[in-house]
Design a protein around this ligand. Structure first.
Ligand code: TV1
Ligand code: CA
Ligand code: ZN
Length: 380
């Protein structure tokens, strides 16, 4: 079914914490871990597992591992709170923001330990030099803070993975293509010149989390090591790819990363339940391929994505891109076939219901020039 198309040979590792796809945030909550089960089914359905060098069911992160970044009191709370005892813990629930966006659900702590365990195991494999690319689609929960849940994220697996990578790699570049601003990761490394964070996101007055303006650049030693690319509704493939490639090329030239972490939030796709961009799966995947081609140790993570049939297609396609396999447009038959019926079981369905594009060539030009100028502070 699949055909190898890459010329260079590299090692690829895939992390799927068993059970992570069976978690539930709550009936009406837009975050559906089931998308991870769908992704895995398509990856295996295409036979990509045969081209993946290592597939791991990583162990859950320990409390100690989570506390490398997070406050002890917060992790202790996460480990003890349950749907049954939450009435007695009301004050802490409010203090740690485990309400509405971040509800207390059954096995929530196990879920956190699983996705963080996946990102940590992937990071360690890259540090050991025994893989070139490591993927954990269950990770990428970029909003979690040191002592607070935020935006569907409880523990910040990205920060934990980067901290692990900094033990081995002098400089780590973090790239975030989720439609939301990667505020938790930016915040954790805002003072650091060893981690450059670059987030592309929708930025308007009221869109969550409300941060990530063009002029937020980092402070202290970290000044100029934080880049933000604020965008308007409806950006299309051509505009996004032009901007992405220019900004990332400039960032890589100026920063010379020894490793890259790529958060692939799929809520930047067209038709996302919470998003407002018009990206196709092909364009989202082209961003991933563009980053792959730097041939720098690469950690690839998931993130947002709320129209789950598209999320699973997107991450399946990106898995193929990363292993260097061409996959047919016809989806493989799986027990989840009904999810993909409406688009005739295609990997790249046409985008229907486009949002008006409020970005202009001039607004994007202004952003790329501003970023190029900022990066001049890094040279010499
Ligand atoms: C329960 C049930 C929670 C239905 C949350 C959409 C829900 C949302 C729900 C929702 C929803 C958000 C805010 C408002 C801040 C709040 C994984 C003042 C239909 C990485 C997180 C978005 C994105 C949070 C996470 C946002 C990620 N949007 N229905 N909540 N308050 N929160 O705007 O970046 O993708 O929407
Ligand atoms: Ca982003
Ligand atoms: Zn998001």
């Amino acid at each position: 079914i699949t055909e190898r198309v890459n010329v260079s040979y590299y090692l690829f590792s895939y992390y799927f914490p068993k059970g992570v796809g069976e978690q539930h945030y709550g009936e009406h909550h837009p975050m559906k871990p089931h998308r991870l089960t769908l992704t895995n089914a398509l990856v295996f359905g295409y036979g990509l597992d045969k081209q993946i060098h290592h597939i791991y069911n990583p162990r859950a992160a320990t409390q100690e591992e989570l506390e490398v970044y997070h406050d002890h009191d917060y992790i202790d709370f996460l480990s003890r709170v349950t749907p049954q005892n939450q009435g007695e813990m009301k004050n802490m629930i409010d203090a740690f923001n485990c309400v509405e966006d971040c509800p207390i659900f059954a096995d929530m702590y196990d879920f956190c330990r699983m996705y963080a365990g996946g990102s940590l195991a992937a990071a360690r494999k890259l540090c050991a030099g025994t893989t070139d690319i490591a993927v954990n689609w269950s990770g990428g929960l970029h909003h979690a803070k040191k002592a607070e849940a935020s935006g569907f994220c409880y523990v910040n697996d990205i920060v934990l993975a980067i901290l692990e990578m900094l033990r081995q790699f002098p400089r780590v570049l973090y790239i975030d293509i989720d439609i939301h601003h990667g505020d938790g990761v930016e915040h954790a490394f805002y003072h650091s010149n060893r981690v450059m964070t670059v987030s592309f996101h929708k930025y308007t007055g009221d869109f969550f989390p409300g941060t990530g303006k063009l002029d937020d650049n980092g402070i202290g030693l970290g000044k100029h090591f934080c880049l933000n690319v604020p965008l308007q509704d409806g950006i299309d493939d051509d505009m996004y790819l032009t901007l992405f490639k220019t900004v990332i090329d400039d960032a890589v030239t100026a920063f010379r990363p020894s490793a890259i972490v790529l958060q692939c939030g799929a809520d930047s796709l067209g038709c996302d339940r919470l998003g407002a961009f018009n990206l196709s799966i092909a364009a989202h995947g082209e961003c991933v391929n563009f980053v792959r081609k730097y041939n720098v140790p690469l950690l690839v993570l998931g993130g947002g994505g709320y129209t789950i049939k598209n999320v699973s297609r997107c991450w399946t396609y990106e898995t193929a891109v990363l292993v260097g396999a061409a996959v047919p447009d016809e989806l493989p038959a799986t027990i989840y076939d009904p999810f993909f019926r409406d688009s005739q079981w295609k990997l790249h369905p046409p985008i229907t219901g486009k949002v008006d594009n409020l970005n202009t060539a001039a607004s994007l030009q202004r952003i790329s020039i501003s970023i190029r100028n900022k990066l001049r502070y890094l040279q010499g």
